[in-house]
Write a protein that binds this ligand. Structure first.
Ligand SMILES: Nc1ncnc2c1ncn2[C@@H]1O[C@H](COP(=O)(O)OP(=O)(O)OP(=O)(O)O)[C@@H](O)[C@H]1O
Length: 936
């Protein structure tokens, strides 16, 4: 029985235990409900089980009572089991307590879950209410939208209906159009076929015509080819004409933009093949903005050094044939002058004209060495601030390109270089590289002399643009002044003016031979394409245009035959002897003049007093020439184009050279017959040498002339230094200190006084008797000028002439003829006059004036005795012997005094002399003497 109870209790425990396990897995919410249910079910089940067990216990008790006696052993066992079961019951009871405890805990949880659930339910209800309100709102909105959409649908339906109506109408129209188009198309097709037929026909005709044209075109091509040849020929002829005219050639070169300048605008619009150049200012509009210029050649931005040189080469080569050539580069700072002339560096590829020219000269001279022996000398001169720095050993004989490279590098390093706002490397000086070439023809013994000037001018920009101040400003002003002097010279040459103002600057003095003589001159006009340089570019181009119009006359080769050279040598030795005799006679004359001067209230004339330096130069020149034995030795004497080329290659040289020849004759004879009077001597000399001279050609005459003038090679160095030291020029018109003011001197016989400086040594030669020179035939009287008419000139005519001549400066500027005359005796033109005076015994009346000078007639020198070197122009136009007016140019040795106006019977009534202060050698009024009152 006990066992049974124990089993039941065990079962009960298992059931309650399983319930606990289950409850643990169920979530809290449902758990409470489940717990409720479970507890109910369990209670029911417990009740059922209790009842069942009770019944079983009764049965078992019954059974037990019946079998108690029978199963005494079993009873013990049962009791033992009962004990165990009781223990089990106790344990079960404990477990039950525990379960109940758990149940109460679960109940609490259930309560909690219930509360949570209720809260949750409440929240849900609240949410549901809110959602309901919202949904109702939305519903209303949707209803409104629905109504709106319905309205729209109605509108759209109405619109689409109207559209469909319109489309239908259009459809109808298109249909009609299409019908008509298809009709037209049909027509067109018919036309097309007709046209096609016609085109085919025409094609056939065309192909036939093309065949004809091809034949004709071939003919045209032939003609065009010929045309090209003709063009080339034309160009050649044009160049020849240019050569004959001696035009200054102008090559224009445009430098490319420098690195970093690529974005800049260019002023270069068009570069033609035949030297056309169109420039415009891209920043300005308008048709006048474009300007066309034409030069001999225009080198574009891509032109190489080689290309530039190729076009220059023929000119340079002619130096070896005895021509004088001048190449100069002109342009604003940084436009590429140095690049063109020297090149940016010393690599052979980048060599500029200078190096290439010299290299070429050497190559050619080498290739000709079997026929002509050449000697080459170079000289580098820099003109800086109107001074000419000439190194001590300024002329260097060179034998190879390497020699030249070395020399030029030294020269370039010495060049004055400053910095301006425009170009750091800007050179502020003119650099002149002169190459003297002397060649002796080994067969004919003819001597060729050529001279090449390679000039890199300083920048031409205006002062304001270079933003210079102080020293830089002064430099810029000097540069501007010298370049404008260059412009003036060129302008005078273009105008064929008898007066060319070379002496206005050192630059023009140095370049005189190549600008005035029959030299070949080339100018490189350098341009900066930058739009900012537009105005500079235009002024540069205008200048270049003017230059290209200058005709220098056909270039002449400087050749001398052996005969001429011999004559020159003779002349040199004659001159030496004459000088000695001059001195001797001079001393005697001085004594006599001293006596006469006292008698007439005047002292000896101040020959050369205003130009002592010139006088000494003449003397030194003479002695140098003679001491060397030969007059034209190249190596030890300076070969200067300053002298030879200008003096004897000039167009106007004929007259002067003839005069020199006369002079030569006088001297020669004097040498041989010094015991006779000078007139006899000269006459005799003329007769003796005439045949030889007659046989000499024109160039020989000219060459002779140079030697007579003492302006040969030996003089070059000296003259250059004369130019450089500035004393010789005694100032120029452009000197600030010396103005162009005209001072009037009226010379009356009564007022003239003796010359104060009676101790000054007179020029001996001035007193030498000379035969009356003859009028030289065929000589142009250019300077006698039509202005000096034989009629009495009107006041205005006088004024015109005076205004034109009052600024005459020096002998060389007046005309090369003049300079020749000046150089006759120790550089003293006075000698010429006074010789003449003595030759004619001072008896010449106005109308009997003798044409001593080639292109004019002599003015009796004693009219203004005491003014050394008085000289005249065009006196032969003065009518004879009565009161007339005329205008004369008055010159002193080396300096122009001014012009002279004769009033009425000029010798006796006095002369009005105008003189320019600018010469710095004022005419001493007291020295002037009337013709009639002078010592005869
Ligand atoms: N044709 C060119 N091709 C390339 N560069 C060039 C050319 N011409 C000039 N240049 C360059 O332009 C600059 C100025 O040139 P350059 O010094 O020759 O001018 P410039 O006219 O001689 O100046 P300056 O008046 O100061 O002497 C240099 O740097 C030079 O290398």
């Amino acid at each position: 029985m006990a066992m049974m109870l124990k089993k039941i209790e065990n079962k009960f425990r298992v059931v309650s235990h399983s319930k606990q396990g289950c409850s643990a897995e169920i979530p809290a919410g449902k758990m409470s409900e489940l717990m409720k249910l479970n507890s109910l079910q369990q209670n029911n089940r417990y009740k059922i089980l209790e009842e069942k067990y009770q019944s079983r216990i009764q049965v078992l008790e019954t059974l037990a009572t019946g079998t108690l006696e029978e199963n005494e052993n079993e009873k013990i066992e049962i009791e033992e089991k009962k004990k165990l079961e009781e223990q089990d019951v106790i344990r079960l009871m404990q477990e039950k307590d525990h379960a109940e405890f758990q149940i109460s805990a679960l109940k609490q949880q259930l309560e909690l879950a219930k509360k949570t659930h209720e809260m949750h339910c409440f929240q849900l209800e609240t949410q549901a209410k809110e959602t309901k309100v919202e949904l109702e709102k939305k519903l209303m909105e949707l209803e409104y939208l629905l109504t709106d959409s319905r309205d729209r649908i109605k509108d759209l339906e109405a619109f689409s209906e109207s559209k469909s109506l319109r489309w239908k109408k259009k459809e109808l129209t298109y249909k009609r159009v299409l019908d008509s188009q298809s009709g037209l198309l049909q027509d067109l097709r018919i036309h097309f076929w007709a046209i096609k037929r016609e085109v085919l026909k025409t094609q056939q005709v065309y192909s036939e015509e093309f065949c004809h044209l091809a034949v004709k075109l071939k003919g045209l091509v032939d003609v065009a080819e010929n045309y090209h040849t003709i063009l080339v020929e034309n160009r050649k002829l044009y160049n020849e004409v240019q050569d004959l005219k001696g035009n200054i050639r102008v090559y224009c070169r445009i430098r490319p933009f420098l690195p970093g300048q690529c974005q800049k605008k260019t002023t270069i619009e068009y570069i033609g093949e035949n030297g056309e150049l169109v420039v415009s200012n891209p920043l300005k509009q308008g048709k006048d903005n474009h300007r066309l210029f034409k030069f001999n050649k225009v080198f574009g931005l891509a032109a190489t050094q080689e290309e530039v040189f190729l076009d220059t080469q023929p000119l340079i080569r002619s130096v070896l044939d005895g021509y004088n050539v001048c190449i100069f580069a002109y342009g604003q700072t940084g436009s590429g002058k140095t690049y063109t002339m020297s090149g940016p560096n010393l690599s052979t590829e980048d060599w500029g004209v200078n190096y290439r020219a010299l290299n070429d000269l050497f190559h050619i001279s080498q290739s000709r060495k079997n026929s002509i022996a050449y000697e080459v000398c170079v000289q580098m001169v820099e003109i800086y601030n109107e001074r000419v720095p000439v190194p001590d050993a300024s002329i260097h004989p060179v034998k190879s390109t390497e020699d030249i490279l070395e020399l030029m590098n030294i020269g370039l390093m010495n060049r004055a270089v400053g910095s301006t706002a425009l170009n750091e490397r800007s050179s502020r000086s003119h650099s002149v590289l002169t190459v003297h070439v002397r060649g002796i023809d080994l067969e004919s013994d003819t001597v060729l002399r050529g001279c090449l000037h390679l000039v890199d001018l300083a920048g031409s920009e205006r002062v304001d643009r270079s933003e210079a101040t102080g020293d830089r400003l002064r430099e810029a002003q000097h540069i501007n002044k010298s370049l404008s002097a260059l412009g003036d010279v060129i302008f005078s040459l273009a105008q064929k003016s008898p007066h060319v103002p070379y002496r206005n600057s050192k630059l023009t003095q140095v370049l005189q031979s190549s600008l005035g003589g029959q030299a070949k001159t080339l100018m490189f006009v350098q341009l900066n394409p930058d739009v900012e340089s537009y105005s500079e570019t235009i002024s540069t181009l205008k200048f270049a245009e003017r230059v290209s119009g200058v005709e220098l006359g056909a270039a002449q080769s400087n050749k001398e035959g052996r005969g001429v050279r011999e004559l020159m040598e003779q002349v040199a030795s004659l001159k030496d002897t004459i000088a000695k005799k001059d001195e001797e006679i001079g001393r005697l004359r001085l004594l006599k003049t001293g006596v006469n001067g006292e008698r007439h209230g005047m002292s000896s004339p101040r020959y050369g007093s205003s130009s002592p330096r010139r006088h000494s130069i003449g003397a030194s020149r003479q002695s140098r020439t003679l001491s060397g034995g030969k007059s034209l030795e190249l190596g030890d004497k300076a070969v200067s184009d300053l002298d030879n080329s200008s003096e004897y290659s000039d167009k106007q040289s004929e007259d002067g050279s003839q005069q020199s020849v006369d002079d030569f004759r006088h001297h020669k004879d004097f040498f041989r017959q010094s015991r006779f009077s000078m007139a006899d001597v000269c006459q005799s000399l003329t007769e003796n040498i005439e045949p030889r001279l007659a046989s000499a050609d024109r160039s020989q005459d000219i060459a002779e002339d140079i030697e007579l003038l003492g302006l040969g090679d030996a003089d070059a160095d000296k003259r250059l230094s004369d130019i450089s030291d500035g004393e010789l020029s005694m100032g120029t018109e452009t000197d600030g200190s010396l103005n162009n003011g005209i001072v009037e001197f009226t010379l009356f016989p009564e007022t003239t006084k003796p010359v104060a400086d009676s101790t000054e040594k007179p020029s001996v030669a001035a007193k030498l008797p000379r035969p009356p020179p003859k009028q030289v035939k065929g000589l142009p009287s250019r300077l006698s000028l039509s202005r000096l008419s034989s009629k009495v000139p009107s006041k205005s005519q006088e004024a015109v002439y005076e205004s034109q001549h009052s600024n005459l400066k020096t002998r060389s500027e007046v005309s090369p003829d003049m300079s020749r005359n000046i150089g006759l005796h120790n550089g003293q033109i006075v000698q010429q006059f006074f010789s003449h005076k003595n030759a004619t015994g001072g008896q010449n009346e106005v109308g009997e004036m003798v044409d001593v000078l080639a292109w004019g007639q002599a003015f009796p020198p004693y009219v203004i005795k005491g003014l050394s070197g008085v000289y005249q122009i065009g006196a032969h136009n003065v009518p004879s012997g009565n009161a007339q007016s005329g205008t004369l140019g008055l010159f002193m040795p080396g300096y122009v005094i001014g012009s002279l106006t004769m009033k009425q019977h000029w010798p006796s009534k006095g002369v009005k002399i105008q003189t320019s202060k600018a010469r710095g050698s004022q005419m001493p009024e007291q020295n002037a003497r009337p013709y009639s009152s002078l010592d005869k």
